[in-house]
Structures are given as structure tokens and as C-alpha cells.
Design a protein around this ligand. Structure first.
Ligand code: SF4
Length: 364
């Protein structure tokens, strides 16, 4: 293409990357997994943070990251930990398949002498490491010329080019735009700088273009409403699903719980026994899926929880029981063990709410 026909973005990618890096040298966010300026990144911490950040915000992932590195300071320590302990450390973060993959990946790295591979293709072969995560680790931990594109970077690049196609249908063009701008050195810093621009300046609803190091070359910034780029894909309405959870309590306050199957939603986390979750009316839920016969009574109200793909309403039932041996695959949990037994956030709330409601019944 003749030089005259090139846009400013195409003419000077090196200068644009330079502006972004200069901005980042001053404005970089301080995050628990980031080394200080000039320090070398630890691949273990980069990998761990990228796994925790999947589907989770930086502020949500930060306390989990600190707990993980305090308990397991290197990949060998994590590989030697029991899976239950890792599941427990994940409790409340959601997407529990990450915990199983984290453990499997730690074991694979420990088997290689604790060294992470540094190229994207080898990183992608590891459990739980997809296209984005491999590129992020290669760039941030090893300064390889990789161009990871997370949600923030996709938004910034879509605005930079005023792409009129929703992100989900424009991955190829966005990734090409990322590769075209990524410098051959400091590519990890560049990726983190773009993430920071997306998180702090080029925010989804109110981008602050006047503070942005890209404003001179940004196509969306020259329009009246840069926030309209990229166009949003209309969300599909997902019907509310409903279900029941059963709180069987014995006289000393312990209640029955069980572990969910290892695969699938909330896989391998602890739960109150219950039935399937299906579209319906929570007011109409009865104790038909109780795990065993007992004098089940419905507790007032219901719990609401929003998964990525559907909202859930959960009815709670309670019964006083007298078994000594728990039925089936259930175990007794005392209320003070809830926080450390590997319950998901939803099921922890269900157990605590049922315990409180049963307790207030008794006092009443
Ligand atoms: S100039 Fe504005 S729209 Fe463009 S990348 Fe920066 S903040 Fe986003």
C-alpha cells in the first residue's frame, strides 16, 4: 500500500507503542502480581494471576492471589498440595474447573523441573491455558513478542480503529490490530499498558479520551460518542432457573453436605443436597427432590444467584434428623467448618442462611 494511503495508525505503530509505554511508565497500576518497575516477572506469579483473573476482576482476584502465594510460594509447592486444599482456596471465586486445571498444570510444570515453557505453543499445551492466557504469559513473563487480547484490550483496539463490528464477531481483525501495534521488545509491558488503559481510561461507558496516550491517533475519539464503539451484541434473555437445597440438621447443629461431581457447574465443590435446576416458578417448588424422607419444611423466601448463563432462585428446605451415619455420599459439617470445607459462594450462603433461619425458628 502506498504510504500516502496509510492511516496514522498504520504509518507509525512504533511511535504509538512508544507513547503507550511512556504513559505506562508513569501511570501503571500497582497490582499484587506485578513486579515493581525494572524487576523481572516470576512466571509462576504471572501464570497464577492470569488463571485467577479469568472471569474475575483484578480487585476480586487480588485477595485470592495473596492467599495462594502465601500458602504455596512456588509451583512445586502448589503441585504438592492436595486438590481439596486448592478447591478450598478457590471457594467463592466461581468457575471451579480452574482449580482442577491449576493443580494439573502445576504438576505438569513441577515434572519439568519447575520451569514454565516460554513460547505460546508449548504454553497452550498446558491444562487450563488457552490462547489468551498463553499469549499473556509469553509476553509478560518472558517478554516474547506475543499480543494477548483480553476484554479491555479488545475494547481499546476496537475504538482505536472505530471497528463497527461487535468484538465477538471481529476477533481476527482485533488480534491483527494488536499484533501490528505490539513492539518487539517490552511486549509484556505493552500488553499490560493496554490492559491498564482499558481498565482506567478507556472504560466501557465513559472513556476519558483527554487522558489517553492514544487520543491523537484514535478514530473513535474523533466521533461524538467514542463509547458507542465497539457495538454491543444484544444479550440473549436466559430464563430464570429454580431449584431446591435441603438443610438436614442434627441436634448438635451439624448439617449434611456432599461434594458435587468433578465436572460441570461448581464442579467438585461442597453443596447442600438438592435436585436439578430448571426453568420454573420458585414459589411452586416442593420437597419432591429431597435426598431422603424427613419432615421437610420450606424456609421463608429464596436465594438468588446470577451465573454467567442464567439467574437461579433456590428454595431452602430444612429438617431435624437423628442419623449417626450420614446417608449415601454425604458428610456432617459443623457450622464453623463452612468457610474451610470448599463450599462455593452460593452454597455457603445457602448453608448459612438455612442455619440462621432454623436458629431463629427455634428461638421463636
Ligand atoms: S482516545 Fe478515547 S476512545 Fe480512543 S482509546 Fe483512548 S480513551 Fe479509548
Amino acid at each position: 500500500m502506498p504510504t500516502l494511503n496509510k492511516t496514522p495508525l498504520q504509518r507509525k505503530p512504533r511511535a504509538i507503542a512508544g507513547s503507550v509505554l511512556s504513559w505506562w511508565d508513569i501511570h501503571r497500576r500497582s497490582l499484587p502480581w506485578r513486579p515493581s518497575a525494572g524487576e523481572v516477572a516470576d512466571p509462576y506469579r504471572v501464570w497464577l494471576s492470569e488463571i485467577l483473573l479469568q472471569q474475575t476482576t483484578a480487585s476480586g482476584a487480588a485477595p485470592y492471589f495473596k492467599n495462594f502465594v502465601a500458602r504455596w510460594p512456588d509451583v512445586e509447592a502448589l503441585a504438592a498440595a492436595p486438590l481439596e486444599a486448592i478447591m478450598q482456596a478457590f471457594a467463592g471465586l466461581g468457575y471451579y474447573s480452574r482449580a482442577r486445571n491449576l493443580h494439573a498444570c502445576a504438576k505438569a510444570i513441577a515434572a519439568r523441573g519447575g520451569r514454565f515453557p516460554c513460547d505460546e505453543a508449548s504454553l497452550r499445551a498446558l491444562p487450563g491455558v488457552g490462547r489468551y492466557t498463553a499469549a499473556a504469559i509469553a509476553a509478560i513473563a518472558f517478554d516474547a513478542p506475543a499480543a494477548p487480547v483480553d476484554g479491555n484490550i479488545a475494547r481499546v483496539l476496537s475504538r482505536l480503529h472505530a471497528f463497527e463490528t461487535p468484538v465477538a464477531k471481529n476477533r481476527r481483525a482485533i488480534e491483527a490490530a494488536a499484533r501490528a501495534l505490539t513492539p518487539t521488545s517490552r511486549s509484556g509491558d505493552f500488553a499490560q499498558a493496554m490492559m491498564d488503559i482499558g481498565a482506567t481510561i478507556c472504560r466501557p461507558r465513559n472513556p476519558v479520551c483527554m487522558d489517553c496516550p492514544l487520543k491523537a491517533v484514535c478514530a473513535a475519539a474523533r466521533t461524538p460518542a467514542p463509547e458507542n464503539f465497539p457495538p454491543r451484541t444484544p444479550k440473549k434473555a436466559n430464563p430464570i432457573r429454580v431449584g431446591a437445597a435441603f438443610y438436614a440438621r442434627r441436634a448438635d447443629g451439624a448439617f449434611l453436605a456432599r461434594r458435587r461431581p468433578p465436572r460441570g457447574l461448581l464442579g467438585a465443590t461442597m453443596e447442600l443436597p438438592g435436585g436439578a435446576w430448571a426453568p420454573g416458578d420458585v414459589a411452586a417448588i416442593g420437597p419432591v427432590e429431597a435426598p431422603f424422607p424427613a419432615r421437610w419444611r420450606r424456609l421463608p423466601g429464596f436465594l438468588e444467584h446470577v451465573f454467567t448463563h442464567f439467574p437461579l432462585r433456590l428454595a431452602l428446605f430444612a429438617a431435624e434428623v437423628e442419623f449417626v451415619k450420614p446417608p449415601g455420599d454425604m458428610i456432617w459439617i459443623s457450622p464453623r467448618e463452612i468457610a474451610t470445607s470448599g463450599f462455593s459462594g452460593l452454597m455457603r450462603k445457602a448453608a448459612e442462611t438455612a442455619g440462621r433461619l432454623v436458629g431463629s425458628d427455634r428461638q421463636g
